[in-house]
Design a protein. Structure first.
Length: 142
């Protein structure tokens, strides 16, 4: 795996629930934002992916909440490709405070959709490596 990628997000007041902590659905929005930032850091912009006729798809997500976030708190949302086989890529997203305190963990399974056939690509890792301007950001094995 390459250098860990992360993006910092600040919880906004309108994102908290009645208990005063970040609404659970917002964690998924932060994760989506971080995944796109991860791809873009590798040079895989939406335009690059669209020109290749592919798009990333989320197939499965599992969230483990560890500590609460409140309005104004900052959180670093990381992305690291960890495993998966064939058509599937496992992506781990860890949420930490800037000081390193674990907040949440989201484990996802993603694939690359061929936008013409509406089928998953058989080897998404190779496709990502070939299209990326900075493939080392992705941490994919060669």
């Amino acid at each position: 795996m390459g250098t860990p990628f992360s993006v910092r997000v600040q919880a906004r007041a309108y994102e908290v629930d009645r208990q005063g902590h970040l609404n659970q659905a917002v964690y998924m929005q932060y994760a989506e934002h971080a995944r796109w930032q991860f791809l873009q850091a590798a040079g895989l912009t939406p335009d690059v992916l669209a020109a290749a006729g592919i798009g990333p798809v989320l197939l499965k997500a599992s969230v483990r909440f560890q500590r609460e976030l409140r309005a104004g708190d900052e959180v670093d949302v990381g992305c690291a490709i960890g495993g998966g086989q064939g058509k599937l890529i496992e992506l781990m997203q860890r949420f930490h405070t800037p000081g390193g305190v674990p907040i949440a963990r989201i484990e996802t399974v993603v694939g690359l959709l061929d936008l013409a056939t509406r089928r998953l690509l058989p080897d998404p890792r190779t496709t990502l490596r070939e299209l990326a301007k900075q493939p080392d950001v992705l941490g994919l094995d060669t």
